[in-house]
Every structure is written in structure tokens, then in C-alpha cells.
Write a protein that binds this ligand. Structure first.
Ligand SMILES: *Cc1c(COP(=O)(O)O)cnc(C)c1O
Length: 347
């Protein structure tokens, strides 16, 4: 058993390996902002194909992909329909309001997913008093929804309803590749009816940063204007783009291993006293559970686990999240179960 921290807080906690760092060190680079970085250009071209879109732009973060997409699709005062627990609602520092000037118009879904019927019911007829509904944004997989994968037919149906009503469609694909690996459905297929889509390299893929936003040529041209406007254009960023290319070449299939470990963790947690988990709902690398014993809450249990080398992520008073990723191995999962079993039994 190693004494290293078992960091299940997030899949953003991975550190670049020696091989990834070597790829970064050897990257051919240029002035990205001037379109002269060959590594960034190669990544953008590959990403556009992977996501089934005409064009793609490499940006520093997934948050910037969301903010720019909202700003390109919408005018200030317009409304973005999304699920109530969406990342754009609670985790982007109010960016949709501050940058795009939009209002968020959430639908309460189930595990972060809403249905085409719910969207139909949520659409407003012409009403001068209400903000114009302009965009429908979905998250695949869902983060607060527990890493749930959208059924492809539901994604298609939601997009059809949106387009028929004259709304644009956007997909937050922070963990889209987890969905792809879990279901064997291509990222391009998931995104086929979405006007814009992005993937993150700093989550399960294990790169130190960067995300790719894809869409039509006209959409990406406008996105590049926003990239310049908010300072998202970099210079020799081929150094980090090389890590992203390395991740696509080497780490993508390993997401399946993360999923298997999340499942093992969930199955083990289901046997412990004092917590509840619906292990069957764990489809990818996010494991949420609820603390039902009065002896612990999320904060106290996380502190006690950390003292024994296991870091968890409290997500509210009684809700906890554990995330598997490249830097978590089988022994880390078993040790986590052992630590939690001990703590919950001691209460
Ligand atoms: C992490 C995350 C983001 C933001 O991505 P960053 O690269 O961390 O800025 C957006 N949406 C979802 C669903 C996420 O999980």
C-alpha cells in the first residue's frame, strides 16, 4: 500500500506523465494567435473531424468554450435553456450573465438529463415580456447528474424540438469522451444535431489544460473573435496542445478502466453502513453517494478520510463525490473502501 494521497476529488487532479511531458518538450510550436502554431493547428483539425464539425478552435478551458459558445449563439437579454444542475448555472462564476449577457432558463431534469417532451413544454410562444429563448444547452455526460450518459435518441429529439422552434443547440462535452467510451457511440454521432460542441483535455484525458470548441466555419470564426476579445488566444501553446494530442493517442481508451474502477467503488460502497448509493446509476467515472448516518456529514467524513490519505469531494451537506481517473489504481479503490468502512463502522 502506498502512502501517496488517493485523490478522488476530481478527474482534474491528474498530473502529466513523463511520456506526456516528453511529447510536450518535443512539440513544434509557433505563434498560435497568428495561426502559426502547427501543433495547435493539427489538434484543431483532428478535433473538428472527431466531433464531426467543419472547424474547431483550441481554447484554454472548457469554461471558456461554454462562455464563448453562449456569446456567439445569443444576444444580451436572450435565454439559454439548460438543465437545473448544469455547469453553466452554478460553476462558471456567473459568466453567462457577465459575458454573454444571457439569462439561464433551467429545466429540472433527472440525473442532469431532460426530455424532448419537457423541452416542448418549456418553450414559450411569442411573448414580448419574456426573454427570447435562443439556445438549448445539454451536458453529456452530466456532472451533477452523476456522470449519466444521454441516450442518443433523446439528444437527437431535443435538438429536433429546439431547431423546429428556431433555437440553436450546444453540447457541453467536458466528459463527452467518457460517454463515447462507455457506449461505443462516436463523439461525432452524439453531437450530430448540435450546432456547437466541445471536449475537455484536462479531465479524464489527463492533459494539463485546454479544450476544443467545434462548430460550423462561421461559428468558429465568431468564436475566434470572442477568443481574442476575452484574452483566450495564446502564443506557443503547442506545448500544451501536444499533451492533448498525446492524450488522444494514448489515454482515450483508458477511460474504460476509470469506468470499471468507478463501478467497483460504487459496488463496494453499496455494502457499507451509513451511506446510500444507487450503484446501478454509476455509468462512467463519477460516483456520488449520500451520507445517512447522523454521526457524519460530507465535510466531517471528507476530513476524516483525508487524514487517512483519501480525498473525497463534499457536494453539499450530505452528498459526496468520488471521481476515478488516470492517477487512481485498483489498490487506491480498495484502500478507499477500507478507509470508509472503518470510519463508518467507528461512528
Ligand atoms: C469541468 C467542467 C466544465 C469546465 O471545464 P474547465 O476545463 O474546468 O473550465 C464545464 N462543464 C462541465 C460539465 C464540467 O464538468
Amino acid at each position: 500500500m502506498s502512502s501517496a494521497l488517493i485523490d478522488l476529488f476530481s478527474d482534474t487532479k491528474t498530473r502529466p506523465t513523463a511520456a506526456m511531458r516528453a511529447a510536450m518538450a518535443n512539440a513544434e510550436v509557433g505563434d498560435e494567435r497568428a495561426g502559426e502554431d502547427p501543433t495547435v493547428r493539427a489538434l484543431e483539425e483532428r478535433g473538428a473531424v472527431m466531433l464531426g464539425k467543419e472547424s474547431a478552435v483550441y481554447l484554454p478551458s472548457g469554461t471558456m468554450c461554454n462562455e464563448i459558445a453562449l456569446a456567439v449563439h445569443c444576444r444580451p437579454g436572450e435565454a439559454v435553456i439548460c438543465e437545473s444542475g448544469a455547469h453553466i448555472v452554478g460553476f462558471e462564476a456567473g459568466g453567462p450573465g457577465a459575458l454573454a449577457g444571457v439569462v439561464l432558463d433551467p429545466i429540472p431534469g433527472s440525473r442532469g438529463i431532460f426530455t424532448a417532451a419537457q423541452l416542448t413544454a418549456h418553450l414559450r410562444a411569442d411573448n414580448l415580456q419574456a426573454p427570447w429563448q435562443r439556445l438549448v444547452s445539454v451536458e453529456n455526460t452530466t456532472n451533477l447528474g452523476g456522470g449519466a450518459v444521454w441516450p442518443l435518441e433523446e439528444l437527437d429529439a431535443v435538438a429536433r424540438v429546439a431547431h423546429e422552434a428556431g433555437l440553436a443547440t450546444h453540447m457541453d462535452g467536458a466528459r463527452l469522451l467518457n460517454a463515447t467510451v462507455a457506449r461505443g457511440i462516436g463523439a461525432d454521432e452524439y453531437a450530430r444535431r448540435y450546432d456547437s460542441v466541445w471536449i475537455d483535455f484536462s479531465k479524464g484525458l489527463g492533459a494539463p489544460g485546454g479544450a476544443l470548441l467545434a462548430g460550423s466555419r462561421a461559428f468558429i470564426r465568431e468564436a475566434r473573435r470572442w477568443q481574442l476579445r476575452i484574452g483566450g488566444a495564446m502564443r506557443q501553446s503547442g506545448i500544451i496542445a501536444a499533451a492533448c494530442i498525446y492524450a488522444l493517442d494514448n489515454n482515450l481508451p483508458l477511460l474504460a478502466v476509470d469506468h470499471a474502477r468507478a463501478r467497483r467503488l460504487a459496488d463496494g460502497l453499496a455494502h457499507l453502513q451509513g451511506i446510500t448509493i444507487d450503484a446501478a446509476t454509476v455509468e462512467t467515472n463519477l460516483v456520488y453517494f449520500d451520507i445517512v448516518t447522523a454521526a457524519w456529514n460530507a465535510k466531517t467524513l471528507a476530513e476524516a478520510a483525508l487524514a487517512q490519505g483519501v480525498r473525497l469531494c463534499p457536494m453539499g451537506h450530505r452528498r459526496m463525490r468520488a471521481v476515478t481517473h488516470l492517477d487512481i489504481d485498483d489498490a487506491g479503490i480498495e484502500r478507499t473502501l477500507e478507509v470508509l468502512k472503518g470510519l463508518l463502522a467507528s461512528a
